[in-house]
Write a protein that binds this ligand. Structure first.
Ligand code: ACM
Length: 548
């Protein structure tokens, strides 16, 4: 392994004309070292010129990065005639090049970043940040003379965070968004509602957060757990906090997509409003083999992980509730997309419910899967009427796909292939490669407790979002791919960091860079450099695992 690594490092140094400093992830489409050995100094008298005022967020991001990690900032303007300049501009190119495309050049006394759009300039800034030496003493840094032409392969480059199982402070949500930004990702999928907690303030339904945001305890350790900690756990994001997060992300050219789960994963909403259940008077079922804390009867927020039978009843009351919730959500999130879940909704309760059975007959539906399809299509119609598009997990294919839905393919690639073949847009998120809750080492190999399975960084890096089985004419329906971070076994920000790094870094290259040219051995030395950046950022990270 050591031999292999040093060979790879030597190769990469050679390929960059001796500039071991150049180590950019995701790998740019084109990079040339224009004057080997020459370096441009950036220091507090470097001027930052923004040709358009809309480019300020990019200049601000660079300055706050320099301040936080190098202890100095660049001047907006400087009277020193020989000071270097960073010039940011928009250069809308004629048609061909993609959203987010940019060029970057470091030449005599100037760094020029020209973006096809504002996001492109921001991505140029991320590349410039990676041209900086990781370690630097004093108030200056030097960058090599290069020209770079770059653009993203996929329009959708996402990462999801589940805040239902465990909750993270707004300060960490912002850090998470920064991690996405540093990797040129552009969608943050915020999984806000779960069986174990409802996490977004909805003013019309205050019990969602008064009741639904708290559980009376949590199982201890790996499911089914060694008992229950008996501690009340929970919290939620106020609408003001949500707005703050959305605005923070927007300055980083990241769109926040909210997920409101339906019809399953709804125990917390049902605990708040039992009438949303087919069986309001039935006691919440405790997961097999787990220990419960607190009152043993009535509806409660779940305390263990898994899939639960108590799902939304398909009644007018439920639809009105969900439409009201969606109204408040749409007012908070400018995203074109609203994720409505749709996964893991057991049909047991609908089978037992005379109301649900009657509805199946009345609507001429085939079965309970048909009813789920009716449920999702009805919500889609409502959400479409507000000018938004729904995203759903691949179960929304069962019983018939809603006409305009985007499918998130998580149970492997099958759902994505099926949806693309029906001319629907898809986002690939197969568990096998992009689930960052999976162990990086293999189960019980020192990762502390995880959900299990095995997904090494090398395995994530090997992922190809366009499935081989998909006809070339349908590949255009693959909008991109996303890393998913389910947090049953992540109680702290540090554990989230450990789980996402380095795999998120590997996936950023899968999502951004051209497929041809992706090579693990060439990637390894660049990833080694990224480990130094993790240290600079003071983030925890998982291992460099060379195993497939
Ligand atoms: C999922 O992992 N249940 C989408």
């Amino acid at each position: 392994m050591i031999k292999q690594l040093s060979l790879a490092i030597a190769l990469s140094v050679l390929s960059f004309n001796g500039f071991s400093q150049i180590s950019i992830i995701p790998k740019p489409v084109e990079l040339k070292v224009t004057a080997p050995g020459k370096l441009l100094e950036l220091n507090p008298s470097t001027r930052v010129v923004t040709a358009q005022s809309s480019l300020r967020p990019s200049a601000d991001f660079l300055n706050s990065y320099l301040q936080e990690f190098y202890g100095f900032q660049l001047e907006g303007s400087s009277s020193k005639s020989n000071s270097s300049t960073i010039h940011l501009s928009l250069k809308r190119s004629s048609g061909a090049s993609k959203e987010g495309a940019y060029t970057l050049s470091v030449e005599n006394n100037t760094v020029k970043i020209a973006g096809n759009d504002e996001a492109g300039v921001f991505y140029g800034i991320q590349t410039l940040i990676q041209l900086l030496p990781v370690k630097s003493a004093g108030s200056s840094v030097k960058v090599p003379f290069v020209t770079i032409k770059d653009e993203p392969r996929f329009a959708y480059r996402g990462a999801m965070l589940d805040v239902g199982r465990h909750l993270f402070p707004v300060s960490f949500i912002k850090k998470y968004i920064d991690y996405l930004a540093l990797h040129k990702l552009n969608y943050f999928h915020w999984h806000l509602t779960e069986d174990q907690g409802w996490r977004i303030e909805i003013k019309k339904y205050p019990k969602l957060t008064e009741v639904g945001a708290y559980r009376n305890g949590t199982i201890i350790g790996r499911f089914p757990g060694k008992g229950n900690d008996g501690k009340r756990y929970g919290g939620f994001y106020t609408q003001n906090e949500v707005k703050e997060v959305v605005a923070y992300a927007a300055k980083r050219y990241i769109t926040v997509i909210p997920e409101i789960e339906m019809p399953g994963h709804s125990s917390a909403a049902i605990a708040a409003y039992p009438e949303l259940s087919c069986f309001p008077d039935e006691t919440t079922k405790v997961a097999n083999g787990t220990t419960w804390s607190g009152p043993a009867t009535g509806k409660h927020v779940q305390q263990a992980w898994g899939v639960f039978e108590d799902i939304f009843a398909p009644t007018e009351k439920t639809f009105k509730f969900l439409e009201d919730v969606i109204d408040e959500v749409i007012a908070l999130f400018p995203a074109k997309y609203i994720h409505i879940g749709g996964d893991e909704a057991p049909k047991d309760n609908w089978k037992r419910s005379p109301f649900a059975q009657q509805l199946i007959k009345e609507k001429g539906l085939k079965d309970e899967h048909g009813l789920q399809s009716y449920f999702i299509q009805r919500m889609e119609k409502y959400i479409n009427s507000k000018g938004k598009t729904i995203i759903g997990w691949d179960e929304i294919l069962e019983g018939g796909l809603a006409p305009n839905a985007i499918v998130m393919s998580w149970r492997g690639e099958k759902g994505g292939i099926e949806a693309a073949n029906q001319n629907h847009n898809v986002i690939m998120t197969p568990g096998s490669h992009v689930y960052l809750d999976w162990s990086q080492l293999g189960p019980d190999k020192g990762d502390s407790v995880t959900i299990g399975n095995k997904n090494t960084v090398r395995n994530s890096y090997s992922y190809e979002p366009i499935p081989k089985e998909l006809d070339a004419s349908k590949a255009k329906y693959v909008m991109g791919a996303q890393a998913n971070v389910w947090t049953e076994y992540m109680k702290t920000p540090e554990k989230v960091q450990y789980q996402i790094f380095p795999r998120l870094t590997a996936l950023s290259e899968v999502f951004w860079s051209p497929a041809q040219g992706r090579n693990w051995d060439e990637f390894v030395p660049r990833l080694q450099k990224q480990f130094e950046r993790y240290d600079l950022w003071k983030v925890k990270h998982g291992p460099m695992n060379n195993e497939k």
